[in-house]
Design a protein around this ligand. Sequence first.
Ligand code: NAP
Length: 312
Amino acid sequence: MIYDLIIVGAGPAGLAAGIYAGRYMLRTLIIEKAQDGGQISQTAEIENYPGLRVDVPESGLTLSDRMTEQVKRFGAERALDEIVSFELQFEVKKLTGLSGKVYEARSVILAMGAHYRSIGCKNEDKFRGMGISFCATCDANFFRGLDVYVAGGGDSAIEEAMYLTKFARKVTVIHRRNELRAAKSIQEKAFANEKLSFIWDSVVDEALGDDVLNGLVIKNVKTGELTTIKADEADGMIGLFGFLGMIPNTERLEGCGIELKDGYIAADESTKTNIDGVFAAGDIRIKALRQVVTAVSDGAVAAFQAEKYLAG
Ligand code: NAP
């Protein structure tokens, strides 16, 4: 079967594209390799998406679940697969999945998003899931009453650090500069939070422990000085959460003819890429602001452009 449109990725951008494509009556397939929602499926609370209730906290997962329900209502088909090869140059585009299946469509929306950058310290892999985490929503509860460290200084790091203060005894943000990147309004709340403190001009150099994480070596990037932090003896462990920004999921696109810039797809607000019939929506494309609201906007625009392209 040749679809009118294949959407790769079911984060907010892909799901919004699915809703709009359904309303345009395009025969649409959405392919996702894991859980719907992308990054927001791991976000504890979303409070800046317009229209959310102010009296009921909304998690990223509940928001994306509702988007998935909406997509179903508009009839897009679904496939659980990871696209490993993209042939996009011809009128009929061919996408090959890890399953070996080949999917064909006359237009494609690339909405594969981005993923979190690793902390880059020694022993990071050893302690992933044993003290090191990248998802506060998933793991905060394991660190109830313990000391927790957060690497990063952007919106994610500071918002998640504040969320972690609800569980941890104390949360310390380790940031490589002496001022935060996070929005001023977020900073204000963070500086007023008594359970939150900061280690400036520093990065995590090494994770320590036997089975679980029980210490860190912190490096001051200005002086090169190394400081060792150990878990309280009675606790026996600490937590380290990494929120160091994002890396676009464009690895599989290399060599397929799609133009990239700094790793992101070079598409402007029209979502058009350099290849006819191929559009890019959400965090995967170059843009000034990566938010749910801008991702869903991209999804709508990309579906609109795909419909115009198919009609033309
Ligand atoms: P981000 O804004 O790119 O911040 C990444 C942070 O990690 C920065 O503080 C950066 O330091 C630091 N960093 C990067 N590489 C590092 C390394 N190798 N070693 C040490 N530190 C490193 O990423 P984000 O916070 O995930 O946010 C991504 C996007 O989502 C942004 O546009 C953000 O505004 C948006 N967002 C918005 C909200 C909200 O509005 N509620 C919530 C979450 C995310 P430097 O500052 O020195 O570069």
